[in-house]
Design a protein around this ligand. Sequence first.
Ligand code: GLN
Length: 219
Amino acid sequence: MKVGVLSLQGDFPEQARAIGRLVGESSVRLVRHRDELEEVDALLLPGGESTTIADLLELSGLAEPLEQRIRDGLPVLATCAGLILLARRVERSSSGLDPSPLGLLDLTVRRNDYGRQAESFEAPVKVVGLHRPFPGVFIRAPRLRSIGPGVEVFARWGKEPVGVRSGMLWGLTFHPELAEDPRLHALWLAEVARKSQSTTKKKASATRRKRHPKATASQ
Ligand code: GLN
């Protein structure tokens, strides 16, 4: 399996390192062009500056193929600015400069809603599927202002939702790649592997049914 890291701006080197420790460096692809996007089986959207990343997606011609691949089921782990880009709606922030998101995850987010860089913080996050809290690193994090019915909250800091998922799209408002703790990346990878196995099985049994319609009809 090849895991891509969108590498237009932001902390993609840290994401590439964190995921590389789990899948092996040779299975990681930095994605800046369309052909690199086509090669990968899953993708990380890193933190950074969502306005800049959105502009660079347009300039590089990646915005449309990226949106299409995600609609076609590409598994994604998006952090912070990456999550802002996936959202359906970005509420006007105090800066007034906000990106137009891809609109793939039914969420409304507000940028920098916990304060500026100086008010960045670390806090324990409870994650479904992890026994011990995860050390959440929040850097000019967005706040999830509303969450659509098809989106599950699977990580919280206190009552605050900070991790959401819908099918194979996972989004975090914090930075697991800065935590020296591989558990969140590992959790996502396990889910990606499970989904791709079940898709392969479904495809194989559909092929068998086509070849032997009678044999499988009676099973
Ligand atoms: N505040 C940034 C934005 O709105 C996100 C910060 C981050 O990715 N750590 O794009």
